[in-house]
Write a protein that binds this ligand. Structure first.
Ligand SMILES: NC(=O)c1ccc[n+]([C@@H]2O[C@H](COP(=O)([O-])OP(=O)(O)OC[C@H]3O[C@@H](n4cnc5c(N)ncnc54)[C@H](OP(=O)(O)O)[C@@H]3O)[C@@H](O)[C@H]2O)c1
Length: 256
């Protein structure tokens, strides 16, 4: 459908080499966008490009550590060098905590900084770098990945929760500042999704017995569950949607 057509658009998806990011890259490619995925692991990048290139529109990868400002600048420049423009930025790269989730009384400051830098500061840095490129082409779309932990609390989400809450306000403030430039900024909140990040959690029988009955959809989410919502938020179908939070959690957040 034309309203969701992304032909001629160019997207950068951080963490697009696996999990939710790869599901998002798939959705954007299926609607016709050229996509550059970015992650630290070159092997994962190559495998994802080989899988995604079956869809059709051009897809390529670049090696990027989103906590490195210089690499972020080079990544945006490289996308523009490859495709001549940047229309869509997906700030998806993320992590739990180095060494596993930790209680507030336990978490070393260095781990706090790592989680905040990876999940929140990177989105600020990349959005700031993408902004002039989006202005040049008359508008753009920024999709930030929050979490149900943007809202809920848990003993061991010490840095992760604040990072994911922060990205919601970053989205709203950028949406407010850049609306005049026709740039829409929205946040997707995944629930419990089957990716590398949640493998250990999904192996915890007591946790799953508590959480699964609260998911109205009756199942854990999958990366492909993000393809449609990302395509919507990247397309002109969402031109009047900005600063919004969209849960993609099968109903987990409100389930009792
Ligand atoms: N899975 C869930 O249930 C869930 C729930 C709520 C929110 N989320 C959020 O969804 C997003 C994707 O997570 P996922 O579940 O798909 O996890 P995942 O499969 O572990 O993917 C994480 C991605 O982020 C990339 N990444 C991590 N640190 C990076 C860095 N410093 N620089 C560049 N790339 C980096 C990884 O690639 P490299 O290793 O190659 O760098 C990988 O592609 C994250 O923001 C996460 O917080 C996930």
């Amino acid at each position: 459908m034309q309203r969701f057509d992304l032909k001629g658009k160019v997207a950068l998806v951080t963490g697009g080499n696996g999990g939710i990011g790869q599901g998002i890259a798939r959705g954007l490619l299926e609607c016709g966008a050229a996509v550059v995925i970015a992650g630290r692991n070159e092997e994962k990048n190559k495998a994802a490009v080989s899988e995604l290139s079956k869809i059709g529109p051009p897809v390529s990868a670049l090696v990027l550590d989103v906590t490195n400002e210089g690499q972020c600048r080079a990544a945006v420049e490289e996308v523009v060098r490859r495709h001549g423009r940047l229309d869509i930025l997906v700030n998806n790269a993320g992590m739990g905590a180095p060494g596993g989730p930790a209680l507030p009384d336990d978490m070393p400051l260095v781990s706090w900084h790592k989680v905040i830098d990876t999940n929140l500061t990177s989105a600020f840095v990349l959005s700031q770098l993408a902004y002039p490129e989006m202005k040049k082409v008359g508008g753009g779309k920024i999709i930030n990945i929050g979490s149900i932990s943007s809202y809920m609390g848990a003993p061991r989400w010490t840095a992760y929760g604040p990072a994911k809450a922060g990205i919601v306000q970053l989205s709203k403030n950028c949406a407010s500042a850049w609306g005049k430039d026709n740039i829409q900024v929205n946040t997707i909140w995944p629930g419990l999704i089957d990716t590398a990040m949640t493998k250990t959690l999904q192996g915890d029988k007591a946790f799953m017995a508590r959480v699964l009955p609260r998911i109205a959809a009756g199942r854990v989410g999958a990366p492909h569950d993000f393809a449609g919502v990302a395509a919507f938020l990247a397309s002109r179908a969402s031109d009047y949607v900005t600063g919004a939070d969209i849960t993609v959690d099968g109903g987990l957040l409100w389930g009792v």
